[in-house]
Design a binder for this molecule. Structure first.
Ligand code: NAP
Length: 307
């Protein structure tokens, strides 16, 4: 099969396109013909070796995808060949930048019926992450005010819509070029972070979901009301230290399971969440897509067209 892979750690340009070993479905797994694979901020970091050296070379990255089941491993009864599915590779496993991927059937789900493969791939990991953050970790409730940092990004695009659907008032930050986009997601108050310091214009919020990291993450604690909570997904494996004793910092545990993927499909089916703005690249241009991802100033999602 064809795949995008790298032979040594380096810049996004280290990603090549060419022949790669076909995966095989082990017991409990299914083989999926991948139609579209999502590009995530983690991917260029995997290429760079930022999480440590990968276990083998050449190595194909890529976490979430949408496609069609093409073979069943021993013992799989909940899918049939030909089923349209979407999913996120198991924790610690990658290789979605490829024409075929093998994955545990138990963490795979049926593709949202109304979405294309490109659209379905776009929402798998961002949806999973947003739901783990705002529903499972922050446990947002109707009537609360929630601040989502980095509103134009993929995870934030999904989280803003979930918070609005829950009945929250939503505040978000973005650059001037993306204000209309972030407002279009339902955000009540959009702050241009190049013009205004969010700590000067926001206070007393119930919860913050930070998808930006660094200084933005640390300063997010300042806008919480006493008893407020903040969740961080771009500050490493732990929440940053809080300068306050009256608020809580949390690091969502983003697992892989079918329930969250089905919840994504349900939110899309009822019209609560729309797919983010999507820019596509052919799989052969994975290096180019990851260079854009590394720049961190695009809107919504980058998706690789595989078939
Ligand atoms: N399982 C997990 O824990 C998990 C899963 C998925 C993602 N993540 C992490 O979550 C983070 C977000 O990922 P993502 O894919 O949604 O987006 P991303 O690709 O990391 O970020 C893109 C967005 O960030 C915005 N941005 C950049 N600097 C900003 C700032 N100072 N203030 C506000 N917005 C800013 C950009 O908007 P502008 O152009 O308007 O600046 C752009 O739309 C990444 O660090 C990623 O690695 C973690």
């Amino acid at each position: 099969m064809k795949a995008a892979f790298f032979r040594q750690h380096g810049a996004p340009e280290a990603l090549e396109f060419g022949d790669y070993p076909d995966p095989v479905a082990k017991p409990g797994e299914v083989l999926v013909d991948v139609h579209a694979a999502s590009v995530n901020g983690a991917d260029w970091r995997v290429v760079a070796g930022a999480y440590g050296p990968v276990a083998f070379f050449p190595y194909s990255p890529g976490r979430d995808f949408s496609g069609v089941v093409s073979a069943l491993g021993e013992g799989v009864t909940d899918f049939a060949v030909g089923d349209e599915v979407f999913g996120v590779c198991d924790v610690g496993i990658e290789a979605a930048y490829a024409e075929k991927v093998a994955i545990k059937a138990s963490i795979l789900a049926r593709k949202p019926a109304t979405l294309s493969h490109v659209e379905s791939a776009s929402v798998a990991l961002i949806g999973l992450t947003a739901l783990c953050a705002v529903e499972d970790t922050l446990k947002i409730k109707a009537g609360e005010t929630v601040m989502v940092q980095g509103g134009a990004g993929g995870v934030a695009s999904f989280a803003i819509q979930v918070a609005k659907h829950t009945g929250c008032r939503v505040i978000s930050t973005t650059s001037a070029a993306n204000i209309a986009y972030v407002r279009g997601l339902g955000t009540d108050q959009v702050i241009d972070y190049n013009r205004d310091d969010f700590t000067q214009v926001v206070s007393g919020v119930d919860a913050v979901f930070d998808t930006v990291g660094g200084d933005v993450g640390v300063r997010s604690y300042l806008v919480l009301k006493p008893g407020g909570r903040a969740a961080f997904i771009a500050s490493g494996p732990k929440a940053p230290a809080t300068p306050r004793t009256d608020v809580t910092g949390l690091r969502p545990a983003v697992g892989r399971d079918r329930q969250h993927l089905d919840r994504i499909s349900a939110l899309i089916a009822c019209g609560a969440v729309k797919v983010p703005e999507i820019t596509t690249f052919p799989l052969s241009e994975a290096a180019k897509a990851n260079a854009v991802s590394k720049g961190r100033h695009f809107r919504g999602k980058l998706v690789l067209r595989v078939r």
